[in-house]
Design a protein around this ligand. Structure first.
Ligand code: PGA
Length: 307
């Protein structure tokens, strides 16, 4: 006995409407096509499933028995479709996120919150510097990129997340620590420990000094914010880093922010996708989560400036 799922659907619709024409409308078929499918089904089953009573068609005993199973099968089918849709949608998936080195101070916390709520989604997080992020956008490598400044020469969808102030840091016992409105000229002769060329932080620092008519020469270059902080604490020079990278050091008073004119350098974090790159529902969910969380983080970080 061969019964197709399509025949079950047709049988069920005819059973519920008790009318071939109405069933044909609901299934977007012609009435003769419906009649033929029912006839074939009855031949396959070897039993009559409907009988005419005047203008109505009603189920036979065999029809009623089949109807019970047909309803169960349809419900199961619907459940299967919904489950698969769900799996295809937000709750499962693999997302490639690339983020600027400096964003680890918040993106890891956001990722932890997201993963807790979305256990079926695996996020591969690649932490790298701005130069590599731009290359990845160029090559459609990452689903989502969290970075300082989106490159102007690529077609992108970019959304601002929150402020990213670059602050001037010194050891807590530095003579300028605690002073107000320090002129830039007072720090120009100081040694600086700064991020490597290719980083967004470095580009912003160079632009800032150029805009304010100062020449900037770094004494020491380092590839990570952590090395810069340790170097500054050790007395190797002043540093310019994102406020987001020094939360612990401010809380433990091992670093201080110098109140130099025109500082902090105002920057912003963005979440960026390449135009034309399809964003899976899982990636879309992550993006929305990060955008929503950024609003809370922003207030939290502003409080750090007051420490
Ligand atoms: P970076 O990027 O870690 O490469 O400096 C962050 C930024 O652009 O501010």
């Amino acid at each position: 006995m061969h019964i197709s799922f399509r025949q079950i659907q047709i049988f069920q619709t005819v059973a519920q409407t008790e009318n071939f024409t109405r069933a044909a409308e609901l299934l977007h078929m012609t009435q003769p096509a419906i009649s033929m499918q029912v006839k074939q089904l009855e031949e396959n089953v070897g039993l009559s499933l409907f009988e005419r009573q005047g203008k109505r068609i009603v189920m036979t005993a065999a029809g009623r028995a089949m109807h019970t199973y047909a309803c169960e099968i349809s419900a199961k089918y619907q459940g299967m479709v919904e489950t698969l849709e769900e799996l295809k949608n937000v709750h499962q998936g693999y997302i490639k996120v690339s983020a600027a080195n400096t964003s680890i101070y918040f993106i890891t916390r956001m990722l932890a919150g997201f993963s807790e709520k979305n256990e079926g989604i695996t996020v591969s997080l690649n932490i790298t510097n701005r130069k590599t992020l731009v290359e990845q956008l160029q090559n459609y490598d990452a689903d989502l990129v969290v970075m300082g400044e989106p490159p102007a020469n690529l077609d992108l969808h970019s959304q601002r997340l929150m402020c990213n102030p670059l602050v001037l840091i010194a050891p807590a016992n530095h003579p300028l620590a605690g002073q107000k409105d320090i002129p830039v000229s007072a720090i120009i002769g100081e040694k600086f420990v700064v991020r490597e060329p290719g980083s967004g932080t470095r580009a912003a620092i160079e632009r800032f000094f150029a805009e304010h008519g100062h020449t900037f020469s770094s004494t020491l270059e380092m590839g990570s914010n952590e090395s810069i902080k340790y170097s500054v604490i050790a007395g190797l020079g002043l540093g310019i880093v994102s406020l987001h990278s020094i939360r612990l050091e401010l809380e433990t008073h091992s670093l201080s922010i110098l109140d130099v004119e025109n500082f902090p350098i105002q920057r912003y974090w963005h979440i960026v996708t390449r135009e034309g790159k399809w964003l899976s529902p899982a990636a879309q969910a992550f993006k929305e989560y990060v955008i929503a969380e950024a609003a809370n983080y922003s207030q939290d970080y502003q409080r750090l400036l007051l420490v």
